[in-house]
Design a binder for this molecule. Structure first.
Ligand SMILES: *[C@@H]1O[C@H](CO)[C@@H](O)[C@H](O)[C@H]1NC(C)=O
Ligand SMILES: *[C@@H]1O[C@H](CO)[C@@H](O)[C@H](O)[C@H]1NC(C)=O
Ligand SMILES: *[C@@H]1O[C@H](CO)[C@@H](O)[C@H](O)[C@H]1NC(C)=O
Ligand SMILES: *[C@@H]1O[C@H](CO)[C@@H](O)[C@H](O)[C@H]1NC(C)=O
Ligand SMILES: *[C@@H]1O[C@H](CO)[C@@H](O)[C@H](O)[C@H]1NC(C)=O
Length: 231
């Protein structure tokens, strides 16, 4: 009945609940594809030296489009969320007026291609932490969406870079060493196994020989073998 209601004909063989489940998951898939998404880039992490100026990237994506999209940036200050800035974007083409609540913050995204990135001027060590890019599209009945960007303010980038390089180098070196070790071990094991197999074969041969002698059957063979040599 549900199938007919949707106007889709499904083959009869399967039990009806399967078809309903399929429709349900299809609907769910379509729903989640339409949902608003906040994006902070493939690498949501930045390390920067104190005193520098950094951009916290964020953009939004929505298949159903936006209408009066509310967005804000929040800074997690030791557990309490501090609003950095917020605004309402009327449409995808409008440039919103953004209210700024934190010093040294500038809204640079300008909603160009859904860009709602902000700039953090002259960063201090206190600026280190979690920045949440939050969005709510009224077209979606007030569902909340957010993405988190991490900023780490450091004294000097070079030292950290070096340790990172060393870490990567040693990790790669370690991996290669482990691989070589593994291959050597594998070859060694294979060698030992083949030797053991040879030995096993030998053992089998000798034991069978012993068996034969014990049986007294090969006794004649053993006796007969030397005889041709003597001839
Ligand atoms: C970063 O902080 C250190 C120590 O607080 C200070 O000596 C240095 O001048 C600062 N660097 C910049 C670029 O402000
Ligand atoms: C964070 O909060 C805890 C208690 O909630 C406090 O003990 C700690 O000192 C705070 N840290 C900073 C850096 O403010
Ligand atoms: C950042 O620092 C520079 C130099 O110290 C200063 O000229 C500039 O006004 C500062 N910018 C902001 C937004 O505080
Ligand atoms: C967002 O806007 C800023 C400032 O114009 C720009 O630097 C950045 O590349 C833009 N990001 C994207 C994803 O377009
Ligand atoms: C969305 O977030 C707001 C706070 O910004 C909260 O009051 C509201 O309950 C949230 N809505 C849902 C559906 O989670």
């Amino acid at each position: 009945m549900e199938v007919q209601w949707l106007g889709v004909e499904f083959p009869r063989p399967g039990p009806p609940h399967r078809a309903v489940g399929l429709i349900f998951s299809m609907l769910l898939g379509a729903w989640s594809a339409q949902a608003l998404e906040m994006l902070v880039g493939k690498i949501p992490f930045l390390q920067a030296v104190n005193g520098s100026t950094v951009m916290l990237p964020c953009s939004y994506a929505s298949c159903i489009g936006i209408e009066d999209l509310y967005f804000n940036w929040q800074f997690n200050d030791n557990g309490t969320m501090q609003k950095v800035c917020d605004s309402v974007i009327a449409s995808e083409t409008s440039v919103p007026k953004v209210a700024i609540y934190r010093e040294r913050v500038e809204f640079v995204g300008m909603n160009r291609a859904n860009n709602i990135s902000i700039l953090l001027w002259n960063i201090t060590f206190e600026d280190s932490g979690e920045y949440t890019c939050f969005g709510r599209n009224p077209k979606e009945k007030g569902r909340n969406h957010s993405a988190i960007f991490h900023l780490l303010v450091v004294d000097e980038l070079k030292v950290v870079d070096n340790t990172l390089t060393i870490m990567i180098a040693s990790a790669v070196g370690g991996a290669i060493a482990a691989l070589m070790g593994f291959m050597l071990l594998k070859n060694f094991t294979l060698y030992v196994l083949s030797k053991l197999e040879e030995r096993n074969k030998e053992c089998l041969v000798t034991s069978s020989g012993i068996d034969n002698t014990e049986n007294g059957l090969s006794g004649s063979k053993a006796d007969s073998k030397p005889t041709p040599k003597k001839k």
